[in-house]
Design a protein around this ligand. Structure first.
Ligand SMILES: Cc1ncc(COP(=O)(O)OP(=O)(O)O)c(N)n1
Ligand SMILES: Cc1nc(C(=O)O)sc1CCOP(=O)(O)O
Ligand SMILES: [Mg+2]
Length: 210
């Protein structure tokens, strides 16, 4: 599990400055280790258009052996036979997700130490901790917790693999890794770049040094 988490790219068409398939292809060339399809919020595709984009992006991931994870939508994850699903505290109960998606990667969002402790009692593969820094991408994001929050979770004895999320850029990514996370997950630092391959490469280089 830990080897797929270092540079975890998340996006949907609503997040992209350039064409989504091109953005993903370039991000893969730049060294991302995992991809989450998160078609959600203002401007996102719905229905058959969402499924078609998901299929297209999944094909791109498969060609390069990059795990393809679906955000929120269990039905889509099943339809596409995705490699995994990511859910939050307010989505489908985690017990149900674990039951329905057995044998696949399962990620859960966590904001507090208590939620991280709860998460550790379930058979999940990683937790997404955030928002670490202020983010403009998710309008209903909670208050930023800072990278030290990852330290606090580790100090509470939780060993579940962690990815930090929220406002992570090449300027602050090293704080997240130094605080004890296995990886960084991010949207706009790559999806809004004019050069997604370069953006991913630069982030990868920072991870190597951190
Ligand atoms: C890796 C990762 N971590 C956290 C999230 C956020 O999930 P959630 O809280 O359910 O919010 P939405 O993404 O569904 O708006 C994530 N998607 N990925
Ligand atoms: C999808 C998401 N979840 C968050 C959480 O805190 O759970 S923050 C976030 C948005 C991440 O986008 P960016 O990298 O552009 O800040
Ligand atoms: Mg969710």
């Amino acid at each position: 599990m830990k080897q797929i988490l270092p540079l975890y790219f998340i996006m949907g068409s609503q997040d992209c400055k350039l064409d989504p398939a091109f953005t993903l292809t370039e991000a893969i060339k730049g060294g991302i280790t995992c991809f989450q399809f998160r078609e959600k919020g203002p401007g996102s595709l719905q229905g058959t258009e969402k499924v078609a984009l998901g299929r297209k992006l999944q094909r791109i991931c498969r060609e390069s052996n990059i795990p393809f994870i679906v955000n929120d939508d269990i039905e889509l994850a099943n339809t596409l036979q995705a490699d995994g699903i990511h859910v939050g505290q307010d989505d489908m109960p985690i017990e149900e997700v674990v039951h329905k998606f057995v044998g696949n990667i399962i990620g859960l969002s966590v904001h507090t130490v208590e939620e991280a402790k709860q998460a550790a009692t379930h058979n999940i593969d990683y937790i997404g901790v955030g928002p670490i820094f202020p983010t403009g991408t998710k309008k209903d994001a909670k208050k930023p917790v800072g990278a030290s929050h990852i330290h606090t979770i580790r100090d509470a004895g939780i060993s579940t693999p962690i990815v930090g999320i929220g406002g992570i850029t090449k300027q602050n990514a090293h704080h997240v890794i130094q605080a004890g996370a296995e990886g960084i997950s991010l949207i706009s630092a790559i999806s809004m770049s004019d050069y997604p391959q370069l953006a991913a490469k630069q982030l990868k280089a920072i991870l190597t040094l951190a």
